[in-house]
Design a protein around this ligand. Structure first.
Ligand code: NAD
Length: 335
């Protein structure tokens, strides 16, 4: 049988990107909805044929424990709510897929990992690019030595943030552009490098007279040095559009632009003194379906997910180091 997903939080990403695609899954189906807004439960409940018994308010959330049609819980709430709703789902005996950033602190991530382990259930983070064809091919090319020995990674992510939203309220978001979009630069640098950074140096600039940035940062860029000597230069912005990365080695480079968008990725490569666009065939499942199905398969088989809670924790530890470096105007060495 297909495993059942409960979606927690019926916001933009859940209703526009995730829910419409669950029907394409081979191993999963949509069986329940959790929302604080009765009209949304009514609207999406009838659109997706979810019986009333499988629609929950936040007050009723812990009752998912008693619903055998819910195997997997996908937490798509504002960042500060990820830890609580993931932990309660683990305690209800469900496998948890949680959106990025995993939580707003490394300590919260550790508590989420402990709760999933105690319940003997899986925990995965919504790093969908790991299921996207161009990103997978870029990793393969870099590992195969196509560009030679990797020496430099540049990774840029940013967009123009709309005013008046939870993303700009630090208690809800945990931070600014880094928590939301810069995390793609960070995560990509790590999966492209295939090693963990040894040192981080960051610089922030935020125009505090802009009403959007009373509590969160706009521009925060950082450099990571890896044990091999590879250096990554990473960009995170809430006031300009960026979505690209490039890995340069001693023989050439591999680059994507856009790199981590919902669709439309393009790859350029340079080798033997020649730059060309490279066509990457689509995977049988797009990144959303690939991610949803992978997690269902892991829950069924007991296999460890490609991007488990530990991956989210590593990013949160680095995010904390980036903020510390920017605040203290010094490089931060990592354990
Ligand atoms: P959104 O604002 O559209 O949705 C958030 C949902 O949470 C809304 O339905 C809102 O009603 C609900 N909510 C519950 N309690 C709330 C509260 N106290 N304050 C505000 N909202 C509350 O946001 P979104 O863009 O869907 O983002 C949700 C999560 O998904 C975030 O963690 C974000 O980082 C992540 N996300 C991931 C991707 C991706 O590509 N992987 C893309 C977008 C968003």
């Amino acid at each position: 049988r297909k495993l059942g997903y409960a979606i927690v939080g019926l916001g933009s990403y859940a209703t526009r990107q995730i829910m419409p695609r669950i029907k394409e899954c081979e191993f999963a189906r949509l069986t329940a909805l959790v929302s604080g807004t009765p009209e949304k439960l009514e609207r999406y409940g009838s659109e997706y044929n979810i019986p009333r018994t499988h629609r929950y308010s936040y007050a009723e959330y812990d009752r998912i424990r008693d619903n055998p049609d819910i195997d997997l819980v996908y937490v798509i709430l504002p960042n500060s709510m990820h830890a609580e709703y993931s932990i309660r789902a683990s305690q209800a005996g469900k496998h948890v897929l949680c959106e990025k950033p995993m939580a707003v602190s490394a300590a919260e991530c550790e508590a989420m990992i402990a709760a999933a382990r105690k319940a003997n259930r899986k925990l995965m983070i919504g790093y969908r690019s790991r299921f996207e064809a161009h990103n997978r091919h870029a990793i393969e090319l870099v590992r195969s030595g196509f560009a030679g020995t990797p020496a430099l990674i540049t990774a840029e992510h940013g967009f123009n943030a709309q005013p008046n939203q939870w993303r700009l309220d630090k208690p809800m978001s945990g931070g600014g552009s880094l928590m939301d979009i810069g995390i793609y630069s960070l995560n990509a640098a790590r999966y492209l490098a295939g090693e963990e950074p040894a040192e981080i140096s960051a610089m922030e600039y935020t125009d505090r007279s802009d009403p959007r940035f009373r509590t969160v940062e706009d521009r925060i860029d950082w450099q990571m040095r890896f044990p091999s000597g590879l250096i990554a230069n990473c960009v995170s912005r809430y006031t300009s559009n960026h979505n690209a990365y490039r890995v340069t080695g001693d023989k050439g480079w591999v680059g994507l632009e856009p790199a981590t968008s919902y669709a439309g990725q393009q790859m350029w490569v340079r080798a033997n003194g020649k730059t060309e666009q490279r066509f990457v065939p689509a995977l049988p499942k797009n990144q959303f379906v690939g991610q949803l199905d992978h997690f269902a398969e892991c829950a069924m088989s007991g296999r460890e997910p490609l991007v488990p809670g530990e991956e989210g924790l590593r990013d949160l530890r680095l995010i904390e180091a980036i903020y510390r470096s920017a605040r203290e105007h010094r490089a931060v060495k990592l354990a």
